[in-house]
Design a protein. Structure first.
Length: 421
């Protein structure tokens, strides 16, 4: 196919300046705004243009490229370094500091500084955000953008940043109940799938990066933000009697296999009575169902509640009501939690104890169980071992130091599904 001279020259000129501007935007000179001693430069022999420049089957390409380079040199946009004894061969191209703006104009490229300033403008509405971690992240991001850094944002995706800010501003307005993702997306973007396609991954990544919170799964991060993929309910089994606003009374002990309570039911609860001697929260679904076969459950001695890792918002509402009743009880039930013997399980236990049940005690989460089931335990990586060392220096986990020390010494962690009653 015949090569078009004008089109070839224009494309080469734009691509050349784009590469030089890439180098400029990645330099310290860009960050400081002060030209350095070393100019952005390109070696033709090590560039993407070398094949065309040395094409022996079509000498015109080198001729056209040289003409383009000479014209850019004439305009004082670049400076050329020619090969010794071969004046028709150009070895290096240097971008002139005084011609950076002209290079942007000729290449048709939007200056990175302009993109970063645009993102700073997008972030302004987060300055007074109700969530402190969002305020702090905005401040850090704004400082970085002002210094010529991208702050982990994509300067070429202005719409993505704008959508992220819209979602962050809307989330605090959802109230205490988690909203289905697609409903939230439709309300915000008039498109039920836009959030999942464009914004959700960066929203969760930002929460992990900036919030300081610890969650194990994507579902837990979504719930923490106020979103959910599916309607939430509370799974429990055992004796619990409650009345609702309309005066009706229910006894969950009538359902030997347990049942699920919707958020609407939890909201309607006005009086709760607990005949159980024990309340046991269980982290994992399989272990929850296995435990329901225990004689103590069948005898109505234990109220068993499935947490699913970190409790979601509907379960949090229920635990809040339960906590209030327990704190006022003359003879409160014993409170237990059974979870994985790993960092996630320990963090969930401590979260439950801090948030709802100060008297909470671990069930089957001690050193004896870890050693008894060590053959079924999973090995831990060096990165995980580093996290264990960090936890051993955190006073919040003082009660767990013996367990953490064995986990680190044996390099193991135990999921509760491995423990079969």
């Amino acid at each position: 196919m015949e090569v078009d001279e004008i089109g070839f020259k224009q494309k080469f000129g734009r691509d050349l300046l784009t590469l030089l501007l890439d180098k400029y935007e990645q330099s310290q000179s860009f960050a400081t705004g002060t030209p350095g001693k070393v100019r952005p430069q390109l070696v033709i022999g090590k560039s993407p243009f070398v094949r065309d420049y040395n094409d022996e089957m079509d000498f015109r390409k080198r001729h056209w490229m040289n003409e383009t380079l000479l014209e850019l040199e004439r305009l004082d946009v670049v400076e050329l370094a020619r090969a010794k004894y071969r004046p028709d061969e150009i070895e290096k191209v240097y971008l002139q500091w005084d011609a950076v703006e002209e290079a942007y104009r000729i290449s048709g490229r939007t200056p990175l500084r302009a993109k970063l300033e645009q993102m700073r403008t997008f972030l302004v509405p987060l300055s007074d955000h109700p969530w402190r971690w969002v305020q702090e992240w905005r401040k850090e991001a704004d400082d970085a953008l002002a210094q010529g850094k991208t702050a982990r944002l994509d300067p070429d995706d202005a719409q993505g940043t704008a959508d992220l800010v819209r979602a962050l501003n809307e989330l605090p307005l959802l109230g205490g109940r988690a909203v289905p993702i697609r409903i939230f997306s439709q309300q915000l973007f008039r498109d039920t799938k836009h959030l999942e396609r464009q914004t959700l991954k960066r929203l969760i990544a930002l929460a992990k990066q900036a919030s300081g919170e610890q969650r194990e799964t994507e579902e837990e991060w979504l719930d923490w933000l106020g979103l959910t993929r599916n309607p939430q309910s509370v799974s429990l089994c055992g004796p619990l009697v409650f009345r609702t606003r309309d005066g009706k009374q229910a006894d969950t002990d009538a359902f030997p296999g347990g049942l699920g309570l919707s958020g609407e039911t939890i909201d309607a609860m006005t009086h709760i009575f607990m005949p159980a001697r024990y309340i046991l929260t269980i982290e994992n679904w399989t272990s929850y169902h296995q435990y329901l076969e225990q004689p103590s459950v069948r005898a109505g001695e234990v109220l068993v509640i499935y947490t699913g890792g970190y409790p979601h918002r509907v379960l949090q509402s229920f635990l809040g009501k339960l906590s209030q009743v327990i704190s006022e009880a003359a003879n409160p039930p014993e409170l237990l939690h059974w979870g994985d013997i790993d960092l996630g399980g320990i963090r969930i236990f401590e979260w439950l104890r801090t948030s709802y049940f100060p008297e909470l005690q671990p069930y089957r989460m001690g050193v004896d169980i870890l050693l008894q089931y060590e053959a079924q335990a999973a090995p831990v990586s060096e990165e995980y071992a580093s996290q264990l060392r960090h936890a051993l220096n955190d006073s919040r986990y003082a009660d767990w130091f013996p367990v953490l020390e064995i986990m680190l010494e044996r390099r193991v962690r135990l999921e509760q599904e491995c423990i079969v009653e």
